[in-house]
Design a protein around this ligand. Structure first.
Ligand SMILES: Nc1nc2c(ncn2[C@@H]2O[C@H](COP(=O)(O)OP(=O)(O)OP(=O)(O)O)[C@@H](O)[C@H]2O)c(=O)[nH]1
Ligand SMILES: [Mg+2]
Length: 242
């Protein structure tokens, strides 16, 4: 199947009804506003997605511990119920606001805009959005992010990229998480990478463990490079008019 990455929809395979399509169009309009706001304040915006329990919040906590003294960062986190994840992230020393969706299985751009009333993003170098744990619905909703990063935990099985292709198609980076468990389970990293690249040949891959620390330096360097690039990007229009 051919895919158009720019609008994140499979070409010739649109099976949504008109209502769904217009909802997505409205979402894209709001997402553009978020992208413009983040560009104006030079904040790198990363949308973190995965199945439930793949280790997103633990990764946010460990990333915060490693980067909070180097960059100004915060996390918006979505869940169907409870403020538990935001509390965990705040305990790791960075501001975090919980978006409680009351049963909605994904975050939408309008929810992010509403959350900006509760979290001051001015001056941030890095803003993470931890999406609701779900490999399906969050794939359809642009949140204005610069990069979408999807975790695939070793405990989920290496067959998921082909079973949930849109999430891997629309992600720039796949993090194979819980790498410390790889010696004990029949997850083949090569199979997962092959499948992910058959869906999205450009997807980057880093293997990480928040528990052992494996891959965390590579992940943090990946972020720092992009934070720096975002600042340069912000200077370019000014340079062009100088
Ligand atoms: N062995 C191991 N366990 C991990 C790792 N990262 C997270 N976990 C465990 O996996 C479980 C789920 O982790 P969370 O960080 O809450 O996962 P999540 O993706 O945020 O979950 P939801 O927000 O509910 O979707 C917890 O018991 C964590 O301690 C890891 O690198 N290795
Ligand atoms: Mg979580």
């Amino acid at each position: 199947m051919a895919f158009a990455k720019s609008n994140r929809l499979p070409v010739g395979a649109i099976q949504c009804d008109n209502t769904t399509l217009s909802l997505l169009k409205a979402n894209d309009y709001v997402a553009k506003g978020i992208r413009d706001k983040m560009a104006a304040q030079h904040t790198l915006l990363i949308n973190i997605t995965s199945s439930a329990g793949s280790g997103k919040t633990t990764l946010m906590q460990e990333t915060a511990r490693r980067l909070k003294d180097k960059v100004k960062m915060a996390v918006l986190v979505g869940d169907l119920e409870t403020e538990r994840d935001a509390i965990r992230i705040r305990e790791a020393g960075v501001p975090s606001t919980q978006i409680v969706t009351n049963g909605v299985c994904h975050l939408e751009a309008q929810m992010i805009v509403q959350a900006f009333d509760h979290l001051d993003t001015n001056g941030l170098d890095l803003l993470f959005i931890e999406n609701v744990g779900n490999l399906v619905c969050p794939a359809a909703f642009d949140l204005g992010e610069d990069y979408r990063v999807t975790l695939l935990a070793s405990t989920e099985g290496d067959d998921k990229p082909k079973k949930y292709p849109r999430m891997f198609l629309t992600s720039e980076l796949m993090l194979i998480s819980k790498a410390d468990l790889l010696p004990y389970i029949p997850f083949k990293v090569d199979n997962a990478v092959l499948d992910a690249r058959s869906v999205n040949p450009e997807i980057e891959v880093i293997t990480v463990s928040s528990t052992s620390g494996e891959g965390m330096d590579i992940w943090c360097d990946w972020l720092l490079e992009r934070i720096a690039a975002k600042k340069v990007e912000a200077l370019e229009p000014a340079a062009a008019h100088a």
